[in-house]
Design a protein around this ligand. Structure first.
Ligand code: COA
Length: 327
C-alpha cells in the first residue's frame, strides 16, 4: 500500500489509536487504612510504592466504569460507535453472572455493529484481550476493536487482611485498537498460563481473595523478565528500541526489579501505582491513558504491555501508538 506521502506500507498492524479511563471518585489513602488495619503509611509505601487508591462506593459498578472508560476512548478517537467491530471487556469482577459487561458497554455506547464478550484472565486479562483483538485485526476480520479492563476488586478483598487490603484499587481503562498501514510488521504477542500455581492467588465464589504474597512477587519478577527477553528474541527488536514498557501495576518493587534485571532505564517503565494501587485487569489501560495524557507517548511510539496474575497467567503485546490523524 502506498500512502499519500509516497512511503511504502507493506503491512497492516494493530495500533493503539486512542485511550481513556474512569475511576471511582472516592480515594482512600494509606493513612485512612492505618485507622482500620495494623499497618502504616511508611510500610505500604516502602513495600509496595502505593500511596492511595480509588475504591468503589455502592453505586460504582464494573459495567458503568467500563462504559465511562470506553466512552472516553471513543471520544478521543475519530470513530463513531457504529464503526466499532468488537468490544472485549477483561474483568474478573463483573456485576452480573449473566450478561457480559461488554454487552452493557455496547448498549451504553450504541455500538450496534460490534460483537461483544468478556474475558477472565485475572490481572493478565487486558493483555490477553489485546492479543485476541490484535490477531483479528491481523487476519482482516476486525478493523476497530474497543478493548477494556474494568474491575471492582475491592468487593473481593477481606478488609481485615492487611496483606491484601493495602494492595488493590478499583477502576477501568480502555483503548481503541485499529488496523493501520505500517512499513514494519511490528505486531507481537505471547500468552502463557500455569494452572499448577492456582493456589498462590485465588478467590472462591462468595469468598475473599487469598494470596501468598512473597511467592506471587517472585513469580511476577521472573515471568515479566522472561516475557521481555522472549519479546527481544522473537520480535526482531532490541529492548532499547521500545519506547515505553507498561507492566501490570502490582508492586513498584516488581517494576524496579524487572528494570534492574534487564538493565532498562527506570523512566522507560511507566508507573502510576502510587495513585491507583493494583486495579487488576484495569491497571495497564489506566496506565496507558495516563502515559498518553502526560505526553509520554508520541505518534509511532512502540509500547510493550506485560500482564501477569492469578491462574497463573501472563501475557505480552507489542503495539504502536498512532493517535487520530497519524494512522
Ligand atoms: N503492614 C505492615 N506489616 C505487614 C503488612 C502490612 N500491610 N503485610 C504484611 N506485613 C508484615 C508481615 O506480617 C511480616 O511480618 P513478620 O516479619 O513479623 O512475619 C512482614 O511484614 C513481611 O511480610 P512479607 O509478606 O514477607 O512482606 P513482603 O515484603 O513480601 O510484602 C507484599 C508483602 C504483599 C506487599 C508483597 O509480597 C507483594 O506485593 N507481593 C505480590 C502481591 C501481588 O502483586 N499480588 C497481585 C498479583 S496480580
Amino acid at each position: 500500500m502506498r500512502t499519500l506521502t509516497g512511503s511504502f506500507h507493506a503491512y497492516i498492524v494493530p495500533a493503539i489509536t486512542s485511550v481513556g479511563s474512569a475511576v471511582p471518585a472516592r480515594t482512600v489513602t494509606n493513612k485512612d487504612l492505618e485507622a482500620a488495619l495494623a499497618t502504616t503509611d511508611d510500610w505500604i509505601r516502602q513495600r509496595t510504592g502505593i500511596e492511595r487508591r480509588h475504591l468503589a462506593s455502592t453505586e460504582d459498578k464494573t459495567g458503568a466504569l467500563a462504559a465511562n472508560a470506553a466512552q472516553a476512548a471513543l471520544n478521543a478517537s475519530r470513530l463513531t460507535a457504529e464503526e466499532l467491530d468488537a468490544i472485549i471487556v477483561a474483568t474478573s469482577t463483573p456485576d452480573d453472572a449473566i450478561v457480559p459487561t461488554a454487552c452493557q458497554v455496547q448498549a451504553a455506547l450504541g455500538a450496534s455493529r460490534a460483537f461483544a464478550f468478556d474475558l477472565a484472565a485475572a490481572c493478565s486479562g487486558f493483555v490477553y484481550a489485546c492479543a485476541m483483538a490484535g490477531q483479528w485485526i491481523k487476519s482482516g476480520q476486525v478493523q476497530h476493536a474497543l478493548v477494556i479492563g474494568s474491575e471492582t476488586f475491592s468487593r473481593l478483598v477481606n478488609w481485615s487482611d492487611r496483606q491484601t487490603a493495602i494492595l488493590f484499587g478499583d477502576g477501568a481503562g480502555a483503548v481503541v485498537l485499529s488496523a493501520v498501514p505500517s512499513s514494519r510488521d511490528d505486531w507481537y504477542c505471547h500468552l502463557g498460563a500455569d494452572g499448577s500455581g492456582k493456589d498462590l492467588l485465588f478467590a472462591p465464589r462468595g469468598s475473599y481473595l487469598q494470596m501468598k504474597g512473597r511467592e506471587v512477587f517472585k513469580f511476577g519478577v521472573r515471568v515479566v523478565t522472561e516475557e521481555l527477553e522472549r519479546l527481544a528474541a522473537q520480535s526482531g527488536l532490541r529492548l532499547e528500541e521500545i519506547d515505553l514498557f507498561v507492566l501490570h501495576q502490582a508492586n513498584q518493587r516488581i517494576i524496579e526489579a524487572v528494570a534492574q534485571r534487564l538493565n532498562l532505564p527506570p523512566e522507560r517503565l511507566f508507573s502510576n501505582i502510587a495513585h491507583y494501587g493494583n486495579t487488576s485487569a484495569a491497571s495497564i489501560p489506566i496506565a496507558l491513558a495516563e502515559a498518553a495524557q502526560k505526553g509520554l507517548l508520541s505518534p509511532g511510539s512502540r509500547v510493550a504491555l506485560v500482564g501477569f496474575g492469578a491462574g497463573l497467567t501472563w501475557a505480552t503485546c507489542l503495539l504502536t501508538y498512532r493517535p487520530p490523524g497519524t494512522e
